[in-house]
Every structure is written in structure tokens, then in C-alpha cells.
Design a protein around this ligand. Structure first.
Ligand code: CMC
Length: 392
């Protein structure tokens, strides 16, 4: 047994070497390829950040143009993919649809993929980044019972996504620049976060040499849970449950009670033992977006602010270094943009896609990487003999 280190939840095991993302959880620092997240969120855009994550440097002008052109040329999905959606009940959770349909892309792109060929890997990467919004848009339209909207390649990545979510054949849809900018920034902030559960899942699945679209689907499945990407949905459900500022103190007590499974959603992080730098940016954006939309007196924003204020002064949260994380305010922005709660995690998945793909590309190209195969400490029965059922 001594041969293996017991590390449940992998709190102290580095599963790989990576050049992509750096986190200092004590300082609250997050860098993509060395660039501070604050600078990227302010000055860059999602496709430029995607390029950075995939290829290691900010693109030259022509490189960005070529990359953007390639992404927009791959936004369409095979028309028969629509049939997958018809198989889902209208109120299927959008993450269920996303996970299944992303995996189904492996049926369209398999024999043509050579994961040992960098050009083939690039094509896979660009295809998945390009097609995710189209699939997400289709899942959304199926969910709300409206006709699918095809991608429009003259729009920016985020504007195209908004158009696929909200435009209807019956009326003119005007894309709000505030919504476009806020969504793009949210996608940037979610783009990578080193070896989190979903990224580790993509790497583990990918380490077997499986189809990359199947590995991305595994990432979606891992992201869905409320302890990971599902937390943004869980935050809004929690705010609904709290209902009134007068109930905040009661819910803080519930979160501290070890006999109560309730946790303050959007609080705490495995790596950050300081304010999550993404949460700082999102909190400011949340105030700006809600103000722009005339929702600055939104009761749920008031609740969130109060919850944060009380928790940050409470010994329980202070001692355990529990701060708001990326998901604490993101749901409020999504809701202000008109996005239903159960769709929030799909947007997280969209944002995380370049990270998943970049990590998959890095892993496949890394000569040190072997199939991911953790060991265990066996705690079951000792060897014993089979007894026929009538003699047990
Ligand atoms: N509310 C109340 N107590 C908490 C919370 C919380 N949100 N988070 C952690 N704790 C307590 C926990 O009970 C434990 O207390 P004790 O030491 O007395 O047993 C201590 O803090 C350490 O927590 P842990 O569960 O050992 O920490 P972890 O690193 O395994 O879990 C986490 C990290 C994010 C899963 C957890 O903080 C949590 O469940 N947070 C709420 C869900 C959430 O917001 N998830 C989104 C994470 S950020 C987005 C993403 O990357 O996916």
C-alpha cells in the first residue's frame, strides 16, 4: 500500500506539466500564457484569447484574421445534427443536450482525424470552438420551443451567439453592444483554469487517444455538476430560495451548520484562498450591466451584495478563506441578458472550450504524457472462496 500516495480529490498531485495557465491561489492571481486576466478581460476578445490559449502567444494581425476566418467558416453543423435535438423532450436540461450533441460530433469527424498530426489537431480545435455556439444555440431554441437560427458569420463570436439565442423569424433582433461586450468578457474569464475537474476529465479521456469531440463531451459532463460549472445556476436558485435580505443571516447559519448539506453557492474554491480575481471583474461588470439595463435595484443583486458582505465578515468564512468565486455574480449577468438559469452552465462550457482544447492539444503533443491511470488503496475483502447460492 505504501507504494501509492493517497490523495483523495487530488489536492496535492500534479498530473501534468503545462505552459497554459498560472494560478496563485493565495495572491488571487490568474495568468493565461503569462498575461494577467484583468488585462485580457479589459483589452482582448474571446477569439484572440482562444488563439492565445491554443498557440501560446497573442496573434499578429494577420494570424488573428486567419484564425477568426477559420472559426467563422466552421460554424455550421451537419444539418442531420438537428435530428438529435428532436429526440429530446422539450424541457431536457440544456447541459444534457450539449453533452450528448457535442459527443455526437465524433460520429461526423472520426476517420479524418489524425491526433498525431498537428494540422489535424488544429482543425479539430477550430471546429469545436466554432461549432459550440451553434450547438448551444440549437439547444436553447429547442428548450424554448423556437426555430433554430443559423450562425451569421459577419457577426463577432459573442454577437453571433446572442443572435442564435434570441433572434426570431418574426421580428428584427437588435444586438445590444452592452450584452455583446459583457458576454465576451464572461467567456474570456471562463476560458481556462488549469487542471480543474472538467479539464482534467478532458485530459484523462483524451489520454486514451479517444476522439477529441468525445473527450470534449466528457468535459461537458464533468462541468455540469453544482460543485463546478453548475454553481452559477445553483447561485441563482439559492438567491431565489433566500428570497429576502432579512433571510440572509439565516442562510449564512445554514451554510455553517455541518449537519446541513447546504453550502453557500458561488463561495469557496479549491485553489483560491483569496478573492477569485475573476469574481472581482465580474462583480464590477455585473453592476455596470444591470445599471445599463435599468436593473440596478434588482432585488437579487441586493441579496448577493448583502450575502457577500456578511459572509466576508463571518469567522467561519474568514478562517476557511472562503471568498466569492467566478460563479457568484455571473448568473446575475446572464439573467439580466435574458438567459434562463438552466442555460448558464452551457455558457460556462462555451467559455471553457478553448481551455479544454488547448489542454488536449498540449497533452497529445507532450512526449511525457501516458494514459491517465490513477491507482487506489484497496480497502475491500481479503481473498475468499466462492460459495454456491444454496450454501450461503
Ligand atoms: N459554504 C460553506 N462552507 C464551505 C463552502 C461553502 N460554499 N465551501 C467550502 N466550505 C467549507 C467546507 O465545509 C470545509 O469546512 P471544514 O473544514 O470545517 O470541513 C472547508 O470549507 C473546506 O472546504 P472543502 O469542501 O474541503 O473544499 P474543496 O476544495 O474540496 O471544495 C468547492 C471547493 C468549490 C467545491 C467548495 O468550496 C464548494 O462546494 N463551493 C460551493 C460550490 C461552488 O461555488 N462551486 C464553484 C467553484 S468555482 C467555478 C469552477 O471552477 O467550477
Amino acid at each position: 500500500f505504501d507504494a501509492f500516495t493517497y490523495d483523495p480529490g487530488f489536492t496535492s498531485t500534479a498530473s501534468c506539466r503545462s505552459d497554459i495557465t498560472f494560478i496563485d491561489g493565495d495572491q488571487g492571481t490568474l495568468l493565461y500564457r503569462g498575461y494577467p486576466i484583468e488585462q485580457l478581460a479589459e483589452h482582448s476578445n474571446f477569439l484572440e484569447v482562444s488563439y492565445l490559449l491554443l498557440y501560446g502567444n497573442l496573434p499578429q494581425k494577420a494570424e488573428l484574421e486567419n484564425f477568426t476566418d477559420s472559426i467563422t467558416r466552421h460554424t455550421m453543423v451537419n444539418e442531420s445534427l438537428k435530428n438529435f435535438f428532436n429526440g429530446f423532450h422539450y424541457n431536457a436540461h440544456p447541459m444534457a443536450m450539449l453533452t450528448a450533441v457535442v459527443g455526437s460530433l465524433s460520429a461526423f469527424y472520426h476517420d479524418s482525424i489524425d491526433i498525431n498530426d498537428p494540422a489535424s489537431r488544429d482543425l479539430c480545435a477550430q471546429r469545436i470552438i466554432a461549432k459550440m455556439p451553434t450547438i448551444a444555440g440549437a439547444a436553447f431554441k429547442h428548450f424554448v420551443g423556437e426555430p433554430f437560427v443559423y450562425p451569421k458569420n459577419h457577426l463577432s463570436y459573442s454577437a453571433n451567439l446572442l443572435n442564435m439565442l434570441f433572434s426570431r423569424p418574426s421580428e428584427e433582433y437588435k444586438i445590444s453592444p452592452v450584452a455583446e461586450k459583457a458576454l465576451d468578457q464572461l467567456l474570456i474569464l471562463h476560458a481556462d483554469h488549469e487542471q480543474n475537474a472538467s479539464t482534467s476529465t478532458v485530459r484523462l479521456a483524451g489520454s486514451t487517444g479517444t476522439n477529441p469531440f468525445a473527450a470534449m463531451s466528457a468535459g461537458c459532463a464533468a462541468l455540469w455538476g453544482p460543485a463546478h460549472g453548475g454553481a452559477n445556476e445553483a447561485v441563482l436558485r439559492m438567491l431565489e430560495e433566500i428570497g429576502d435580505v432579512r433571510n440572509v443571516a439565516k442562510f449564512i447559519e445554514k451554510a455553517k451548520d455541518k449537519d446541513d448539506p447546504f453550502r453557500l453557492m458561488g463561495f469557496g474554491h479549491r485553489v483560491y484562498k483569496n478573492y477569485d480575481p475573476r469574481a472581482t471583474i465580474i462583480r464590477d461588470t455585473c453592476h455596470e450591466v444591470l445599471q445599463e439595463m435599468g436593473m440596478e435595484n434588482d432585488p437579487q443583486l441586493e441579496l448577493a451584495v448583502k450575502l457577500e458582505e456578511i459572509a466576508l465578515k463571518d469567522d467561519y468564512f474568514v478562517e476557511r478563506k472562503l471568498y466569492p468565486n467566478v460563479d457568484f455574480y455571473s448568473g446575475l449577468i446572464y439573467r439580466a441578458l435574458g438567459i434562463p438559469m438552466s442555460f448558464f452552465t452551457v455558457l460556462f462550457a462555451l467559455g471553457r472550450t478553448p481551455g479544454w482544447v488547448a489542454q488536449w492539444m498540449e497533452m497529445v503533443a507532450d512526449p511525457e504524457q501516458r494514459i491517465g491511470r490513477p491507482r487506489q488503496i484497496y480497502t475491500g475483502a481479503a481473498k475468499r472462496d466462492y460459495v454456491p447460492v444454496d450454501k450461503r
